[in-house]
Design a protein around this ligand. Structure first.
Ligand code: NAD
Ligand code: ZN
Ligand code: ZN
Length: 362
């Protein structure tokens, strides 16, 4: 059976065009171009997803700027918070059905067989592929996905609400778990943007006390409305002392989401003795570590990279049960360069979500 037959069987009126316009990185550091691409055809174990909404993550900005040692190859289509409907499937696909709502995340696929995959650390699989980075992503009306690694969107969550959760949500939820904090303890969340504004909500839902840290007073005001118990402006010289005092000796866990190097040394210094500081922000470069303090205070410093598929299911479940709600601003695909500029300047509150043709609320 070819894909056209399957699509007809599912949705008689749906026609898939042969070309599409996608926001494309043609060279690092240059504005994205709205460029024509062929609509891809899924292979035997692939699916074609019709995008309804796609969040814009600060990682997309790093990708477009070629910030990291492992670089994508232009031209490519960024976007790893795409939510959409499965409109075509390859012959060997059994794990998703036509018409399902899925998310195409950063962890696009992994080998499934190495020691990391076998122990639910598929995010560090050496053969992992990354959505909107090594594979074309969701700044496009259609994209290909691996059915074994898509997010399954619970009924009752709209595409636009689900979009920020499949990267910003899972990354902060998993990062909080990696701090090993327990209900009633303090977590400091540095950076209250796309990631941090969700992190605050997950942390509250997990019973933690939250100290929100940002350099922007508007973000801190938002953090308060989301339930932060204390807020600290990191621009002030005494930011570390202020966190130490608000948390009565330092936060048991610190989650650094800020895309800014000064936040990292500061974050380590905000950590309570024997606490854990989890790094998820990814500004290019390195930061100085106060070695004596880390050793003598028995502080753990740990990297954390998105989350596995079980983390994804849990992340979405919090939102489906109304415990976490992304603050979103809808924009058309054509606004992408302006959105990138505002993200770089720290002027996006919550998450911008690109608006495609969203199916009515299910
Ligand atoms: P964002 O631009 O939406 O938010 C960043 C926030 O950090 C803003 O509110 C900004 O005001 C604040 N900030 C800037 N400098 C600061 C400082 N010195 N101290 C405290 N706050 C500061 O970005 P985002 O989409 O939330 O992404 C944040 C970072 O996380 C990016 O580097 C991104 O690549 C990375 N990221 C990592 C993972 C992972 O798996 N580890 C996943 C997604 C994103
Ligand atoms: Zn992301
Ligand atoms: Zn693997």
């Amino acid at each position: 059976m070819n894909t056209a037959t399957k699509i007809k069987a599912e949705a008689p009126k749906m026609t898939i065009p042969s070309t599409m316009i996608a926001a494309t990185v043609t060279a690092f550091g240059k504005p994205l171009e709205l460029r024509e691409w062929p609509v891809p055809t899924p292979g035997a174990n692939e699916i074609l997803v019709k995008t309804e909404a796609c969040g814009v993550c600060h990682t997309d900005l790093h990708a477009a700027d070629g910030d990291w040692p492992l670089k994508p190859t232009p031209p490519f289509i960024p976007g790893h918070e795409a939510i959409g409907i499965v409109v075509a499937i390859g012959d060997q696909v059994t794990s998703v059905k036509l018409g399902e709502r899925v998310g195409v995340p950063w962890l696009y696929s992994a080998c499934g067989h190495c020691e990391y995959c076998l122990t639910a650390w598929e995010t560090v699989c050496g053969s992992a592929k990354f959505g909107g980075y090594t594979q074309n992503g969701g700044f496009a009306p259609y994209l290909i996905a691996n059915p074994d690694y898509v997010a399954h969107i619970p009924a009752g969550l709209s595409a636009r609400q689900a979009a920020p959760l499949i990267c910003a949500g899972i990354t902060t939820y998993k990062g909080i778990k990696e701090t090993e904090t327990k209900a009633g303890q303090w977590i400091a969340i540095s950076g209250c943007g796309g990631l941090g504004h969700l992190g605050i909500q997950y942390a509250k839902a997990m019973g933690l006390l939250v100290c929100a840290v940002d350099i922007d007073d508007d973000k801190l005001a938002l953090a308060k409305t989301l339930g932060a118990d204390a807020v600290v402006n990191a621009r002030h010289d005494d930011a570390v002392a202020n966190v130490q005092s608000a948390t009565d000796g330092g936060a048991h866990g610190v989650l650094i989401t800020a895309p800014s190097l000064p936040a990292f040394k500061q974050g380590v210094e905000m950590t309570r003795k024997h606490g854990t500081c989890v790094l998820v922000g990814l500004p290019p470069g390195e930061f100085p570590l106060p070695l004596f303090d880390v050793v003598a205070n028995c502080i753990t410093i740990r990297g954390s990279f998105v989350g596995n598929r079980q983390d994804m299911a849990e992340t979405l479940d919090f939102a489906a049960r109304g415990k976490v709600t992304a603050k979103i601003e809808m924009q058309p695909l054509a606004a992408i360069n302006d959105v990138f500029k505002r993200l770089a300047e720290g002027k996006v509150a919550g998450r911008v979500v690109l608006n495609f043709s969203e199916r009515s609320f299910q």
